[in-house]
Design a protein around this ligand. Structure first.
Ligand SMILES: *Cc1c(COP(=O)(O)O)cnc(C)c1O
Length: 393
């Protein structure tokens, strides 16, 4: 048979029919897998990474999703975690030791940054250098003799800036430095970082991979050696497992991942084009727009664009900003994204709690910045809602 397309692969669970021909596999809601005899135990333990022993390690409901995610990302192996942050912390830990230096980009996901700054730095003397990541020379200059990891997020949070994955992977490899990317924004459908030589690819499955706003999970994908290593150390020993039921929900979600991503992209582009022309919008960040600063790089390394974007209102009058933020009907207010429902969030709400206006403006974030996640509603309805909201300010 010829190579099948991704949507076909994702909507099938393979030829091997499940018990009694069930079209959806059962949930293996068990903690334990028993073995036949002494020799069976002995043999099973010879390959702990691939055998079923105890659900803190492997579980068939989890395994089936891991295999699918590895396959669609072009990776040899994948490990599911109880959250995106569990996947991030385990992966970073696997690449550092006391006194290591990490190069990363500004505007990585907030809690990932807190992990570096408030945990790894004081506890393990980890040094961190932040760069914009838009120029490969910045990476070259930031590397030190003790650099053991380059941590990427492309497109990055809020400002959606990109890093040249192929160039960074090549540089890192030449220096024996590991690379990790948080690939949540693009999803495995639109960006395949492993094909550019990145070592570990992470997703918060709570976003597009889950897609229904009913699961919190994370995944790390990479080559077999790295994932096996992660399995026996940071995964199993820290106990970062995902529940079989949540894995089963992810399997449900994967069946529609490709068609959801296509729809998110289509609607998001329509909304972005509307916002780009609106007189009350100062700036829009969406890698799918030709006017996006790094449009060419995006086109080179992504095959599509998801539904998360940010824009800046022209006003910096906080009352007006709040009127817009509170005044939408179809966009619900919330911090997550990537689900079926459209959402709005204002990054300044979080930053105002911790930083001065000058400090967060230094990070490229302003009071009037809005982040929206375009869900699966009709783009026409979403535009009407935004237009009405903008007319009030
Ligand atoms: C949500 C998110 C995470 C964290 O994932 P959780 O599943 O919430 O732990 C990591 N990276 C990005 C870009 C995210 O948006």
């Amino acid at each position: 048979m010829k190579k099948i397309n991704i949507e076909t692969f994702l909507s099938h669970d393979g030829k091997k029919a499940h018990s009694k021909g069930a079209v959806v596999p059962p949930i293996y809601q068990n903690s334990l897998f028993t073995m036949k005899d002494w020799d069976d135990v002995d043999k099973t333990f010879d390959d702990r990474v691939n055998n079923y022993i105890y659900t803190r390690g492997n579980n068939p409901s989890v395994r089936i999703v891991e295999e699918k995610l590895a396959k669609i990302s072009g990776g040899e192996s994948a490990k599911l975690f109880g959250s995106g942050m569990a996947a991030i912390s385990a992966s970073i830990l696997s690449c550092i030791k006391k006194g290591s230096h990490i190069v990363t980009v500004k505007n990585i996901y907030g809690p990932a940054n807190s992990l570096l700054q408030k945990y790894f730095k004081p506890k393990f003397d980890i040094e961190v250098t932040y760069i914009t990541g838009t120029d490969i020379n910045e990476f070259k200059e930031a590397i030190q003799p003790n650099t053991s990891l380059i941590y990427l997020e492309s497109p990055s949070s809020v400002v959606l800036s990109l890093q040249d994955l192929e160039a960074v992977a090549k540089l890192a490899k030449s220096k024996g430095i590991k690379t990790i990317i948080d690939n949540t924004w693009a999803s495995p459908v639109f960006q395949k970082p492993l094909s550019f030589g990145i070592d570990l690819e992470i997703h918060s499955c709570s976003k597009y991979i889950g897609g229904h706003s009913d699961v919190v999970a994370g995944v790390v994908i990479g080559d077999e050696k790295d994932i096996d290593d992660l399995f026996t150390k940071e995964f199993e020993l820290f106990g970062a497992k995902i529940a079989p039921f949540e894995a089963w929900l992810l399997l449900r979600s994967l069946r529609t991942l490709k068609i959801r991503m296509d729809q998110h992209q289509k609607s998001a582009l329509t909304v972005a084009r509307f916002l780009e022309k609106h007189p009350k919008i100062a700036k829009i960040n969406y890698p799918g727009l030709e006017s996006f600063t790094q449009y060419e790089l995006g086109k080179k390394q992504m095959t599509g664009y998801s539904g998360l974007m940010s824009f800046q209102l022209k006003t910096d009058d906080l009352d007006k900003i709040k009127t817009f933020f509170n005044g939408l009907n179809l966009f619900q207010i919330g911090v997550s994204w990537g689900g079926h429902e459209s959402l709005i969030y204002a990054p300044a709400i979080s930053y105002l709690k911790e930083l001065s206006k000058e400090q967060f403006e230094g990070m490229g974030i302003s009071l009037g910045d809005m982040r929206i996640s375009i869900g699966l509603e009709s783009a026409e309805d979403l535009i009407e809602d935004l237009d009405l909201g903008l007319s009030k300010i």
